[in-house]
Write a new protein. Structure first.
Ligand SMILES: *Cc1c(COP(=O)(O)O)cnc(C)c1O
Length: 466
């Protein structure tokens, strides 16, 4: 080895055990059993190197323990489950929809086995993977045909590229959305190779604006559901029915990007109405695009449903191959869609609906258990109380409407001084990180998505409150 940097104390250096010596220690033997010999040797080596650099002496005992701690830390998954107490049910940064049990089981089967993914079991010939869920999608949306891609952003990209590459796409200025991250409608358009033709104004777009823009170079008319914001007041948009008529007179498709989209009328679960995919199809859209992991409550997916001839063209675009989904997701999609055949039971079978429709009295029962535990854990430095709050659907669905909910509010008795931030940091560092939201001078835990109360309390016991 090259000459190491000068140790702070030569005496200490002489006392350092060798890697072999530490590896013979019972604790290191146990670590090698758990994590493998080579990873354990590496961890021991690192622990000794650290001591050498800092000039601190330690014995084999301590190095074996330090190496084990290192290995345990490395073994923790980077993708950790968290308690989502943000009050946003479909939180994009926390993974959106929870998957239904039926879909988890279907995915497990698909993962462990060879499956008839593109294999026609009747004829024994090559089949098509989207075939597996096409009938279900058509049944639930009233569309003629359907195709499936990686997510809704991909669905929009594929649609624009297939029907408007080298041509123009007409969109109202009131619908030029940014979904967050890099999904901005104008950017997607340019990547799809289509020219954006913006018409109307932010708050008002008229039929005459569409009529003035449509012509020989038009590839399609795009209608975008302004899923994550609302323009209110002096507004005007052209109904999809009228746009469909105009599009068909000019022999171009009307595409409706619904964003979240839902397969059932949400008012039956006490929620606000959100346009359903079936409604968009019935209004005359030739193609409708929507997400799998928003209100639909499934895995990340992009659905495109609509006219058979157009879906056929989408499937022939080579981009489709790059955007297709794998067997695991198809298994989840099929199982999730099947649940919609029994809409009366969706609040039991689909976690997204269970959480959205959760009654406040459920949250009160949760509060009754966790408020005393939090009071005891946090001591006199904090005021802990339950109070009404508002949850959101999230992922851009129903941006304005909120759901009445219940929160636990944690406020430091002495305001300022950074205690609130320190507490929310400590909560994020727990074995199962707890993510709430800070509102005014308090940390709020919205209890809507807290179902595993025992798990929450066991986790809380490990908190060292600042
Ligand atoms: C969310 C959304 C998208 C993007 O969908 P992803 O599934 O997140 O890719 C596109 N358009 C609209 C209107 C949306 O709401």
């Amino acid at each position: 080895m090259a000459k190491a940097q000068a140790p702070k104390s030569l005496g200490a250096l002489r006392k350092l055990p060798s890697v072999d010596e530490v590896m013979r220690h019972a604790v290191a033997v146990a670590a090698a059993e758990r994590f493998g010999r080579s990873a354990t040797v590496a961890a021991v080596r690192e622990a000794i190197a650290e001591a050498r650099a800092s000039g601190e002496a330690d014995d084999a005992d301590a190095f074996a323990a330090a190496a084990t701690a290192r290995l345990e830390k490395q073994a923790e998954p980077n993708l950790k489950p968290v308690f989502n107490l943000t009050g946003t049910v479909l939180h994009t940064n926390l993974g959106r929809a929870l998957i239904a049990e039926a879909a988890v089981e279907a995915a497990t089967v698909a993962m462990r086995n060879a499956v008839a993914l593109e294999f026609d079991l009747g004829g024994g010939k090559r089949g098509e993977r989207d075939e597996l869920v096409r009938d279900l999608l058509c049944e639930l949306t009233g569309a003629e045909d359907a195709t499936i891609v990686n997510n809704n952003a991909a669905a929009v990209l594929l649609t624009l590229n297939t029907f408007a590459k080298g041509k123009e796409s007409i969109v109202s200025r009131g619908e030029l959305i940014e979904i967050g991250g890099a999904f901005r409608m104008p950017d997607i358009m340019s990547r799809a190779g289509t020219k954006l033709v913006e018409i109307g104004t932010t708050n008002r777009t008229h039929m005459k604006d569409y009529v003035g823009a449509i012509g020989d170079s038009t590839g399609l008319i795009l209608k975008v559901h302004t899923s994550n914001y609302r323009i209110e007041g002096f507004t005007k948009e052209v109904p999809a029915r009228d746009l469909a008529k105009l599009a068909h007179e000019h022999k171009v498709p009307l595409v409706n990007d619904l964003g979240s989209g839902t397969l059932v009328d949400l008012t039956r679960y006490g929620l606000k109405h959100e346009p359903t995919v079936a409604e968009a199809v019935a209004e005359g859209a030739d193609l409708v695009t929507f997400s799998g992991d928003k209100l639909l409550g499934g895995p990340q997916t992009g659905f495109i449903v609509g006219r058979k001839d157009l879906i056929g063209k989408l499937n022939k675009n080579p981009m489709k191959r790059a955007l297709r989904v794998d067997k695991i997701r198809l298994a989840m999609i099929e199982a999730t869609l099947r649940l919609y055949r029994d809409p009366d039971r969706l609040t039991q079978t689909l976690p997204t609906y269970r959480l959205l429709a959760r009654p406040v009295k459920d949250m009160q029962a949760v509060a009754a258990r966790i408020v005393p535990a939090l009071k005891e854990k946090l001591g006199r430095n904090y005021k802990v109380e339950s109070k009404p709050c508002s949850s959101q659907v999230g992922s851009g669905a129903m941006p304005v409407e909120t759901l009445p909910s219940l929160a636990v509010s944690i406020a430091p008795v002495v305001k300022g001084g950074g205690r609130l931030n320190a507490l929310s940091n400590a909560l994020r560092k727990l074995p199962v990180p707890v993510v709430g939201r800070i509102e005014k001078d308090a940390l709020l835990f919205d209890l809507r998505c807290l179902e595993d109360v025992d798990g929450f309390l066991a986790n809380l016991a490990k908190l060292e409150a600042p």
